[in-house]
Write a protein that binds this ligand. Structure first.
Ligand code: DGY
Length: 321
């Protein structure tokens, strides 16, 4: 790169990422991590050639239309791009990239944590200890269900789904999956393919959602589908809240159809669902699937690699629009 290109960064990023940005670009950072309104975002985009953004900024069709002509590329600091109206970006000829691969291990770790936490009632136990209200031990005290040896159903056998399966094999789980395409046999490692969600659900003692939120997958877990799970099943979601009909989930958790749920993502973020938060049989985290320093650095570097490629007249590796 000969001259420095201008980049607007919408959120405060890890230091190592910001250092590289400052070294290589004429960058507008957000050191106070202010949540920009759409008007702020448009105004700040001013003369920027690139925007480096997170999934907290919603690039709806209207926002994309209002972006100044100077903006040529939007590099996401996320693998999910459901906050971006990709069609509108395509129409405006603005390139969009994401950060696949680098957060798969971290997200799979959280999926396993949610499974264990939900199955073993970790949230209830933890709250009891913090309240100082643990006052007995008995054979039926805090009894949950085992993860070891259970059947795990995975919807979305992409990068994260495959790592969840790999980790789950350590718990001797039988892996079933549903995916748009069957994996090559060498990558299945014994996992059993289901061509439909309806076929997968009845064999899923634990169901893990690992697919992106797209028009085809939004609301995929409905009341009718929850009813197809084995009684006492566990639902785990590290993907996107929009995949689940939250009312149906709450009803199933209240009725005992589902033993418990482990959730890292919600329809309403940040904040989550007050109704879900009140249920004792949920193990809840605040969208921290990718929240390790290693991963957050790697996400930033991957977003920067995409910008570097674009400004060096090479094809960005992770172009999604
Ligand atoms: C992603 O990258 O999509 C994760 O949800 C973290 O933002």
């Amino acid at each position: 790169m000969t001259s420095k290109h201008t980049v607007l960064v919408t959120r405060k990023l890890p230091k190592a990422v910001e250092d590289r940005l400052k070294r290589d670009y004429d960058v507008h950072l957000n050191p106070d991590d202010i949540m920009y309104t759409t008007d702020d975002l448009i105004k700040l985009s001013g003369e920027a050639e690139a925007i480096l953004t997170c999934n907290t900024e919603h690039f709806t069709g209207d926002v994309v239309l209002r972006l100044p002509d100077s903006v040529k590329i939007v590099a996401n600091y996320s693998v999910g791009v459901d906050h971006c109206d990709l069609e509108s970006f395509r129409k405006r000829g603005i390139i969009v990239t994401n950060t696949p691969d680098v957060l798969s291990d971290a997200t799979a770790e959280i999926a396993i944590l949610l499974m264990l936490g939900a199955a073993r009632r970790a949230s209830e136990g933890e709250r009891m200890m913090r309240k100082g209200s643990w006052n007995k031990w008995s054979p039926e005290f805090m009894v949950g269900s085992a993860v070891t040896g259970k059947r795990l159903g995975i919807i979305g056998m992409g990068r994260v789904g495959q790592i969840v399966a790999k980790r789950a094999r350590g718990f001797e789980m039988e892996i079933h999956y549903c995916n748009r395409r069957r994996l090559p046999e060498a990558n299945e490692n014994g996992a059993i393919y289901h061509h439909s969600i309806e076929s997968l659900l009845p064999v899923s003692d634990i169901l893990s959602l690992n697919c992106p939120a797209t028009p085809e997958t939004i609301n995929l877990l409905t009341a009718e589908r929850i009813a197809m799970l084995p009684d006492g099943a566990i639902v785990v979601n590290t993907a996107r809240g929009a995949l689940i009909d939250e009312k149906a989930l709450v009803d199933a958790l209240n009725s005992g159809k589902l033993a418990s749920a482990g959730l890292d993502v919600y329809r309403n973020e940040p904040g989550g669902s007050p109704t879900i938060s009140k249920l004792p049989n949920t193990f809840l985290l605040p969208h921290i699937g990718s929240a390790t320093i290693e991963t957050r650095n790697a996400m930033g570097f991957r977003a920067l690699d995409n910008l570097d490629a674009y400004f060096s007249n090479r094809a960005p590796r992770d172009r999604v629009a």
